[in-house]
Write a new protein. Sequence first.
Length: 436
Amino acid sequence: MVPRYARPQMTALWEPEAKYRIWFEIEAHATEKLGELGVVPPSAAKALWNWWATDPKIDVEAIDAIEAVTKHDVIAFLTWVAEQVGGEARFMHQGMTSSDVLDTTLSVQLARATDILIDDVDALLAAIKTRAMEHKYTPTIGRSHGIHAEPVTFGLKLAQAYAEFARCRTRLLAARAEIATCAISGAVGTFANVDPAVEAHVAEELGLAIEPVSTQVIPRDRHAMYFSTLAVVAGSIERLAVEIRHLQRTEVLEAEEYFSPGQKGSSAMPHKRNPILTENLTGQARMIRAYALPALENVALWHERDISHSSVERFIGPDATVTLDFALARLTGVVEKLLIYPERMLKNLDSMGGLVHSQRVLLALTQAGVSREDAYRLVQRNAMKVWESSGSLSLLDLLKADPDVTAALSPAELEEKFDLAYHFAHVDTIFARVFA
């Protein structure tokens, strides 16, 4: 993870000490159940929990020193715990494999990370809703292919973003359920040396579901789905970020990122106010999406297990969740402070001489008895004159002067087709669907 794009709460989940604490809980809960089953003395779990009750500091450096010799991280951890607890610690890890600990720990970390991400999305949704309500009826131009199409409102643009991130929230909930599984099934997943009741107990204590069949690892299709979901959320972040970047272009300037006192936009050009936050979000979205591919490639492991997935997940687990957490928080800040310029929106909307009302005239002509082909031709021949004049001519004036048009529609009827409010008749309906 890059500290520049990391926030403390999410980063803390991936610190070595946090990982080792989860390892201990898994081992202690498993030993506790093994004691109830009579496989190990009940005193073993008591010794572990009594030591844990002292809230011991996990000595990461000491564990690393042991691992430098053993070349095995789980064994190094078990050895260090045994040095702290004493002889009863020998009953830890009975019938378990390293994957039981590592995979279950990763499930806990990803589930907890998702809880943070869902909170992030909730904050973003609240920010988007506030600004959408504020600009529910603020007229602006809708664009297709980057070209003026028909009027919309800025509130509708934000309502679309709200609906998209609401879907992202639903996807994150599904991803959390998919990933939050526990596997304590022993070598090759047969439970030969550890009772399934141990797995069920650990799962319940850690708030996980049991993995129905785990080979020696939790199946990686779960992880592929999880990281693919994060990639989709990143795509939604970029969609809104790119919209803001386009709106901030000098010749558009309908909205822009907040520019704080003392902020500098360029080392060379003092006038610059660049959309650096949303450009940064576009870059972060690319990275988060990139983590989905190795997760998909991790699905095809050899037989009951190999460790080709392990090194991949040491990267993508922290990096994807930390980066997405940062990106969601950054986007929330951008939306909350976004500078919005209704006057510029209206000016841009009117800049092409009323071309944005061409469809209404087309439809009115067909309803007046003109064939669609002729109606399209009549409107287009006048619209192209406006287009070629860069909007200095008025479409309404040209239509009123066209005898073929006025033979079907009166000047008053034509003027009615240029009413901006017509396009906003169903804004309430859309808002009710989105924000109900």
